[in-house]
Design a protein around this ligand. Structure first.
Ligand code: PLP
Length: 381
């Protein structure tokens, strides 16, 4: 049969390399690849999901009013400044679709969550990477941002993500403020992806809302509230921008699933216990990682500004082919790490280790990695 060919704007895309690595792993491999909580879904969400009384309607495009009110209170804004989406992914996809013309430019961090570039390509737009500051624990760097913005005459959107996937690096308030000012001066819509903001190690990272009421904040219950499978997120910002987002998201998926929105509401109402418990889960896991790296590799590490990611410098011998190195780690050492190059050229000398796994898995994973970090030349045995 003659196969229809895919749209040209899709043909450059492949499934996420993070998924490819994880799905191809041997069954006994230690999973330090995927970025999702591995602790139990908090009780309030389980209770809400178990309640099957009532009807299961589509619900409003903008999300359940009671959830919008709870999210608005959480962010200190009005309910009309909130739209509920299918994860923060639903908000990001819809904003890109709503605001980008083919040929437009989008500023994204390097390294960054690979979805940003894919979303730009799906709009026929060009991703313009700006470097995170590798010398300052991969924090956001306003000077690098301003230089790339200056050199991007067709910029329409810009994205910041702090704390960052894959580095865990945060943002200083003054850098966020400079980036917001630069975008406002150019009429560029700034999106701040804050999905990891509540997974920190003592100091809550800043939000875009600390420096401006412009721009859009996106986040979800997937990380701090421990519920990625609910697929509930939201965007916060000017209702006029949200009206455009709603058009795309409404036509794409109608609304986030109702039972999931109710469970998300229960989680947000229980934030006072759910979020500190999640931070305790990542603190325990980070301690396991810190001790294992010190014992097995003699490496000393500090906690990231947030997230459950350790951006680990690769051994010299892996630099010629980081992807091949990580594939061999997966298949031979039986531990999954994601090569930093899949997050952009700025990640090439590192691998992302997700310490969302259990402390036992982290300890065993580092034991398995250790021989490959000390091999002076060539590939892992
Ligand atoms: C930086 C970042 N943004 C957004 C997402 C998407 O999360 P969700 O759609 O579950 O909210 C992820 C998931 O890994 C992420 O790491």
């Amino acid at each position: 049969m003659l196969m229809p060919s895919p749209a040209s704007r899709i043909s450059a895309l492949k499934p996420s390399p993070i998924r490819i690595l994880s799905e191809g792993a041997p069954p006994d491999a230690i999973p330090l690849g995927l970025g999702e909580p591995t602790w139990a879904l908090p009780e309030p969400a389980r209770r809400a999901l178990a309640d099957t009384s009532g009807i299961c309607a589509y619900g409003p495009n903008m999300g359940l009013p009671e959830l919008r009110r709870a999210v608005a209170a959480w962010h200190g804004v009005q309910a009309d400044e909130v739209i509920i989406t299918s994860g923060s992914s639903g908000a990001l996809f819809s904003l890109f679709q709503a605001y980008l013309e083919p040929g437009d430019q989008v500023l994204i961090p390097d390294p960054a969550f690979p979805v940003y570039e894919a979303l730009a390509l799906m709009c026929g737009a060009e991703a313009r990477p700006f470097a995170l500051n590798a010398a300052d624990r991969f924090r956001l760097d306003a000077t690098a941002f301003e230089a790339v913005l200056e050199a991007s005459p067709r910029a329409r959107l810009a994205l910041v993500n702090a704390p960052s996937n894959p580095t865990g690096g945060g943002a200083r308030l003054e850098d966020l403020a400079r980036i917001a000012r630069a975008c406002e001066a150019r009429g560029v819509l700034l999106i701040s992806d804050e999905v990891y903001r509540d997974l920190h190690f003592g100091v809550r990272p800043p939000t875009l809302r600390d420096v401006t009421s412009n721009g859009i904040v996106v986040t979800s219950v997937s990380k701090g509230w421990g519920a990625p499978g609910l697929r509930v997120g939201w965007a916060v910002g000017d209702p006029k921008v949200l009206a455009q987002l709603r058009i795309v998201h409404g036509y794409a998926v109608t609304a986030a699933a109702q039972p999931a929105q109710k469970a998300a509401l229960a989680l947000i109402e229980a934030s006072g216990t759910v979020l500190p418990a999640a931070r305790e889960e990542i603190r325990i896991r980070f301690e396991a990682l810190r001790e294992a790296l010190a014992a097995e590799l003699g490496q000393r590490i500090e906690a990231p500004d947030g997230t459950f990611y350790h951006f680990m410098a690769l051994p010299e011998a892996a630099l010629a082919d980081p992807w091949g190195f990580c594939v061999r780690l997966r298949d031979e050492a039986k531990v999954v790490l994601v090569p930093g190059q899949v997050f952009g050229p700025g990640g090439r000398a590192h691998a992302r280790l997700s310490f969302a796994a259990s402390p036992e898995q982290i300890r065993e994973g580092v034991r398995r990695l250790a021989p490959h970090w000390t091999v002076p030349h060539g590939s892992p045995a």
